[in-house]
Design a protein around this ligand. Sequence first.
Ligand SMILES: [Zn+2]
Length: 199
Amino acid sequence: MKHIIIVDCQEDFCNPEGALYVKGAEVAVENIKKYLESLKDEKDTVNVIFTVDWHPLTHCSFKENGGQWPVHCVKYTKGSNIVEPLIKAAYSIQKYPEIIKKGSDENKEEYGAFAHFINEFLSNGEVEFKVNGDNFDYISFYREDDEFIICGVAGDYCVYETYKNLKCIGMNITPYYDGIAFIGEKFDFEKQFELESEE
Ligand SMILES: [Zn+2]
């Protein structure tokens, strides 16, 4: 199975009028859309996973609550919506794209979407992750021989941290750079990961 992980492609990050717009996000979105459309013939072996930043108003990452970011992606508000071109492209591939919510605990900043695995590898070759639903957690299963492609925003925060979550346990994950927008300088995930592993 090939999993396409699309990180935080929400109005607040991707729309130039959004609360925490990431420069170049609309170009990344356009490229991801084209990429998804190119997968139509493979849809039986493709799984689309969206992650969404999903905050309560009281979230600790907001400036007014002592954090470093302006108020963004407040759950169920317009800014938290996944941008329409991508949700539509995903629906054309599969009926129920997977949606993982993160940052819904007011006391926790959460950049990576796969921080909480339960068992690294089960005897049947599956990896079991505990991920956030809306008001509850659920368990998601992936296979250790699955392929993961990752893209979205922001490259230097949530995309890289989510990449790391899977890389750390040896999963096969590749960034799709044309579909990634960075807040700061663009960097190579693989090289950065190696540097951090040496420390
Ligand atoms: Zn956030």
